[in-house]
Write a protein of this length. Structure first.
Length: 264
């Protein structure tokens, strides 16, 4: 998200990116694309392994639905200026809901996802500039409510890939890949920064083929490993999806891609 739009709220001035409306439209477009793939899913697919270890397609879809409802809850608090946790029952409650949801039929799961997406879409429509500038509470802590939209985009695009239905990370919009990569590299409220995920004594230098962008993480005098590839492949790998990204990445200074600690 680039540029700034000054928005007044609760006596303070909050900065909302000037391209926020475009980002929201992009999230909606990605969500619509995800929903269109449901027509190819069968009852068997509900129990089929996803690309996420330990999760079936039913788990991934149930998570997408519950994440949407969690955002509705948090954004509702922002509208009331009463910061509200996404998951009031914590990680255990979140995980229990996903496990229970994964046991349903595919028809029930799909209907649930569609209904949850619709509730979130209507909540976005109801948000005012002041509400977007208010605090929301996600798993990692408080952040301005407008930042939850980028977080939702990550949920949709990453888990769409995890469904293994033919939508690969190479189809990600460049703006999404850049947003995800920036989230993974920087010390933000969403996940651990890359420098905290590196093995001791390693410095990582990333180069985006096509855009020419460069990034680095790790101590200056550590052993340097360079990783070159398209923006989408770099973001996919750093987000913990190694196999879809591996063929598009080249490594220098080391025989293999370095092992990274989990993002979350």
């Amino acid at each position: 998200m680039t540029g700034d739009m000054h928005t007044a709220g609760s006596g303070d001035v909050a900065l909302i990116p000037g391209d926020f409306a475009e980002i929201l439209a992009s999230v909606r477009a990605s969500t619509a694309g995800l929903l269109r793939t449901f027509g190819s899913l069968t009852e068997h697919d509900a129990r089929r392994p996803s690309l996420l270890p330990g999760w079936t397609i039913g788990h991934v879809l149930s998570h997408i639905a519950r994440n949407a409802d969690a955002m509705v809850l948090s954004l509702g608090g922002a509208m009331r200026n009463e910061p509200t946790p996404m998951y009031p029952h914590g990680a255990r409650g979140r995980d229990a809901d996903i496990q229970a949801g994964a046991k349903r039929s595919m028809a029930e799961i799909i209907a649930d996802v569609r209904a949850a997406v619709d509730r979130l879409d209507k909540t976005w429509d109801a948000m005012t500039p002041q509400a977007w500038a208010s605090d929301a509470i996600i798993r990692a802590g408080r952040l301005p409510a407008w930042q939850t939209v980028g977080a939702r985009w990550c949920e949709v695009e990453l888990h769409w890939v995890d469904l293994d239905t033919g939508h690969g990370p190479e189809a990600w919009p460049e703006e999404f890949s850049r947003l995800l990569l920036r989230t993974l590299l920087e010390r933000t409220m969403i996940g651990r920064p890359l420098e905290d995920r590196l093995t001791a004594g390693i410095r990582l230098e990333l180069f985006s083929i096509g855009t020419g962008e460069r990034w680095a993480a790790g101590p200056d005098h550590a052993r340097t490993i360079g990783v070159h590839g398209p923006l989408w492949a770099l973001a996919c790998w750093l987000a913990g999806r190694l196999e879809p990204a591996r063929p598009a990445l080249d490594v220098t200074g080391g025989a293999e891609l370095p092992v990274l600690a989990p993002w979350w």
